[in-house]
Design a protein around this ligand. Structure first.
Ligand code: FMN
Length: 196
């Protein structure tokens, strides 16, 4: 069976979102994918080539001023070179973000990722988890504790370091990585069958 290639294209200004990127990596690797972590702030031509040969690209950024960081936006603009020829068409895409406030308008960051994926002709993979922490018997340690469907959403107190990223958010990001890798494997098998 062909191994799906999953890349995580992320930016993290102060290390918090990097913890989630590592969790997505761990989840995708656990599901059998070849995984590449790519910091878009220092992306090289070799890493662009890795993205070009990936079956799935997971976008990740902190939420800054209600959207992705400037470094991530620079990366998004640079993908326009792939947009013109629809080079990434039919790859899978997914996303994660982290903010200081419980909401912090981070849904907008995930929706920006969705639109980026759509412009590039990619297929969006959502989180695939029911909301947690939304009843009297629920816990803040539930998976998807912030109740977002679009992607993996995390919240880290602004006075905490990267080790303060919530364990439930880390587990939710791992789930997203596993889900993307498994979905990529299904797409790969389908492509192989169609080509036969
Ligand atoms: C320039 C800037 C803008 C920010 N804007 C928001 C925001 O709109 N909403 C929010 O909840 N947190 C906001 N934050 C807090 C960050 O999202 C939060 O500290 C996050 O953990 C940073 O992740 P990082 O360490 O990966 O950069 C902002 C932080 C900075 C530095």
């Amino acid at each position: 069976m062909t191994t799906p290639v999953v890349s995580i294209a992320f930016h993290s200004g102060f290390g918090h979102t990097a913890v989630l990127a590592e969790a997505v990596r761990a989840g995708a690797a656990d599901a059998g994918a070849e995984v590449h972590l790519i910091d878009v702030g220092t992306i090289t031509e070799e890493q662009w080539a890795v993205l070009d040969r990936s079956d799935a690209v997971v976008f990740g950024s902190p939420t800054y001023m209600g959207t992705a960081s400037a470094a991530f936006h620079a990366f998004a603009e640079a993908t326009s070179k792939r947009w013109a020829g629809q080079v990434w068409r039919d790859k899978l895409a997914a996303g994660f973000t982290n903010s200081g406030s419980k909401s912090g308008d981070k849904l907008h960051t995930l929706q920006f990722f969705q639109i980026l994926a759509a412009q590039l002709g990619m297929h969006w993979v959502n989180l695939g988890l029911l909301p947690g922490w939304n009843s009297s018997t629920a816990s803040e340690n539930d998976l998807n504790r912030l109740g977002v469907f679009t992607g993996a959403a995390a919240q880290t107190d602004v006075d905490g370091g990267p080790d303060a990223v919530h364990k439930a958010d880390v587990a939710t990001a791992e789930h997203l990585g596993r889900r993307v890798a498994r979905t990529a494997a299904v797409f790969l098998r389908g492509r192989t069958a169609l080509a036969a």
